[in-house]
Ligand binder design. Structure first.
Ligand code: AHR
Length: 666
């Protein structure tokens, strides 16, 4: 950096300070008093398979119920029986016990105009003109033949998009693969498998993936969705939930060991979000675990994010059955935690580390953070937490454990008292990190930017592990990802940043949402089968993350602007970036009026000749992004020349502004 030519020397800075007129404010950043270090984990993401987040979303598989293991084994599939054809289809079981127990049998007499099966994907399949798709199937011929399979991708109205033929079926199960190139685009295409010849053909693991996946990994993740995460540069990836960790019952809990290894052998279970909300029933929502723990670790690595798995603690979701594993039967839960640490960090030549290596990653994933339970409460949680935590701490003292504090005080039974009880217990236990969740109205976030200012500093760090402003009410189907909610979250986040000595990690929830397959809104990133867009809330998260900095700087706002009810609605926080030598100031003006501020950098020896300013704003709090206008609310960058280290800046109504200024402290 050529500081000599780019900076203003500040020997005369203290002379002639601009005075603050009525209606103005002064923001003073104390550049020479860096405070708490901001952890690289400060701003992260939380992934849960909700709203078709994994199956139907991040996992690029286009076929729903590809292995016929849904409890209604034929769900997602329909028979094609065109004129002149004769035949039937049914589900068979393998004679031997195995995870993937079922397959499809097609007995065909005459094919006529067409006989076969069709799969409609996850509210259709997204097929794009010019792109390649890899079809694969496990198949065998058990009777008659020769037979062939015509693979057709069909758009709406049976519009042909791509076609190929598979032949060479034998009496042995074998995997056959063919790649097709799409001649058209359709977000709601179908996969048709049409039989040629007569006889009996058995099919299993019927799969269709785009060839272009994230990092080109075969049978991998949707590249456009992962890119949205990569663009955020998240500090950590919390996974896999959320409530799906707990399950409605313990049988339906998330068990990481059944989510690794050959995808065909992973045990499918119900997705507990499928019928959670009567207003958004999704009875065809299951977890195939095509994205399992190995993929989550790999994704964390790709994103440069710390992996943060959350494990079941012997309790099913307390909003559902609240089923408890008896205290003398906690062994498997403890073992799961210990084995997971080995899977992530253990040597590649033995035990669980070898399984990781066999899956393609001999190097350890470097797991440092582990959550015990999601939203639990009551003494039952504390008892179980103690047992599991002790076993981990005895063997792996370097792993930092995350304890849960139930959920938002407004939605969980006896909220405030429960949370107080949990906190008192965790303080006694000297818990490393305590996870808090907030799903509240926007005004709560605006009113609580100072929530953490007075929290005790007694050892336990805070992880704000789930939050999101609910425009109507918790998980209301009418909630919107509008600018009001995003701005309120931005105000709250200035408080997290100012308190980075205590709040060391945070993330919004939920992350992804399929526009035709959601259960919970609001959500950070919306997608359909072909497209994706970031909400205003996404851009708020992204801007905080990209402007994380390394140390908190003290900021004072003189006479912050207020709402008509007198509550402060003007917020600021600041950090120092040691690599670029920049002061980064984040300001949220949540009033409907412009605010003129005098910005003063105190204790600076020299500052740059221009500030890089990024503004996220809209005059209408109801504004939203959409597929049609994905960047209606998106960051706008500019450079502002400076003549003095103390300068005026007009903050737009309803705006979040980031000012980056090269700044050397004395
Ligand atoms: O983010 C959606 C859900 O909200 C999470 O699964 C759960 O932890 C919380 O109640």
């Amino acid at each position: 950096m050529k500081t000599g030519s780019m900076i203003l020397a500040l020997c005369s800075l203290t002379l002639g300070l601009a005075t603050v007129s009525p209606g103005q404010t002064r923001i003073t950043v104390q550049v020479d008093q860096p405070g708490a270090a901001i952890r690289p984990t400060m701003w992260g993401v939380f992934f849960e398979d909700i709203n078709f987040g994994a199956d139907g979303g991040l996992y690029a598989e286009l076929v729903k119920n590809r292995s016929f293991e849904f409890p209604d084994n034929i769900m997602g599939w329909s028979r094609i029986l065109r004129s002149g054809s004769e035949g039937y289809i049914y589900i068979e079981r393998y004679p031997q016990e195995q995870t993937n127990a079922h397959f499809l049998r097609m007995k065909v007499g005459k094919t006529g105009q067409g006989f076969g099966v069709s799969n409609g994907g996850f509210r259709g399949m997204g097929i794009q003109e010019g792109k390649e798709y890899r079809f694969s199937v496990q198949a065998r011929l058990t009777d008659g033949g020769p037979m062939a399979l015509r693979i057709q991708l069909a758009g709406q109205g049976r519009r042909p998009l791509a076609e190929a033929k598979l032949e060479g079926f034998t009496s042995q199960w074998q995997k056959l693969t063919v790649v097709v190139r799409a001649g058209g685009t359709d977000a709601r295409a179908r996969l048709n498998l049409l039989v040629e010849g007569s006889g009996t053909l058995d099919l299993d693991m019927v799969s269709l993936f785009p060839v272009d996946t994230w990092k080109g990994r075969e049978d991998g993740l949707r590249a456009d969705l992962v890119q949205m995460l990569a663009d955020m540069k998240p500090g950590f990836l919390r996974f896999p939930g959320g409530c799906i960790v707990e399950g409605r019952t313990l049988d339906e809990r998330y068990q990481w060991k059944t989510t690794i290894g050959d995808p065909a052998d992973r045990t499918l279970i119900v997705n507990r979000w499928n019928t959670e909300f009567n207003h958004r029933l999704t009875p065809d929502y299951y977890q195939s675990f095509g994205v399992g723990f190995y993929e989550y670790f790999l994704l964390s690595k790709d994103l440069g994010a710390e992996p943060m798995p959350i494990l079941n603690c012997g309790m099913a979701c307390q909003f559902n059955t609240g089923e408890l594993a008896p205290m003398d039967e906690l062994g498997p839960y403890v073992q799961d935690a210990l084995d997971l640490i080995e899977f992530a960090n253990g040597p590649a030549d033995r035990g669980w580390g070898r399984k990781r290596a066999e899956m393609g990653h001999p190097e350890p994933f470097g797991l440092k953070l582990l959550g015990i339970g999601n939203e639990q409460w009551g003494p039952q949680y504390i008892e179980r937490y103690k047992v599991i935590a002790k076993a981990i701490q005895d063997k792996y003292p370097d792993i930092q454990l995350i304890a849960a504090t139930g959920s938002d005080a407004t939605i969980f039974p006896n909220g405030p008292q429960e949370i107080e009880y949990l906190w008192s217990q965790f303080r006694q236990l000297k818990a490393d990190i305590v996870d808090e969740h907030f799903y509240r109205r926007p005004d709560w976030f605006l009113d609580n930017a100072h929530l953490y200012d007075d929290y005790p500093r007694d050892g336990s760090e805070v992880f704000v592990g789930e939050y999101g402003a609910q425009s109507i009410g918790v998980a209301s189907p009418d909630n919107r990802n509008n600018w009001h909610t995003a701005l309120a979250e931005a105000a709250f986040m200035t408080g997290l940043e100012r308190n980075a000595d205590l709040v060391t990690m945070s993330c919004y929830a939920p992350l992804f949402c399929h526009v035709d397959g959601w259960q919970w809104r609001p959500d950070l990133i919306w997608f359909d089968n072909l497209r994706v867009f970031g909400t205003p809330n996404y851009y708020v998260q992204k801007l905080f993350s990209l402007n994380r900095g390394d140390r908190v700087l003290p900021v004072a706002v003189a006479e912050p602007a207020t709402a008509p009810n007198g509550k402060p609605r003007f917020y600021a926080s600041s950090v120092y970036d040691e690599k670029s030598n920049e002061m980064i100031l984040k300001v949220v003006n949540a009033t409907g009026e412009p605010v003129r501020a005098i910005i003063q950098t105190k204790g600076a020896k020299a500052v740059g000749l221009q500030a890089n300013v990024t503004v996220l704003a809209s005059d209408d709090l109801n504004d939203e992004n959409s597929f049609e206008t994905p960047r209606k609310i998106a960051p706008v960058e500019s450079k502002v020349p400076l003549r003095s280290a103390e300068f005026r800046y007009d903050f737009r109504p309803y705006s979040m502004t980031i000012v980056r200024l090269m700044c050397q402290s004395r």
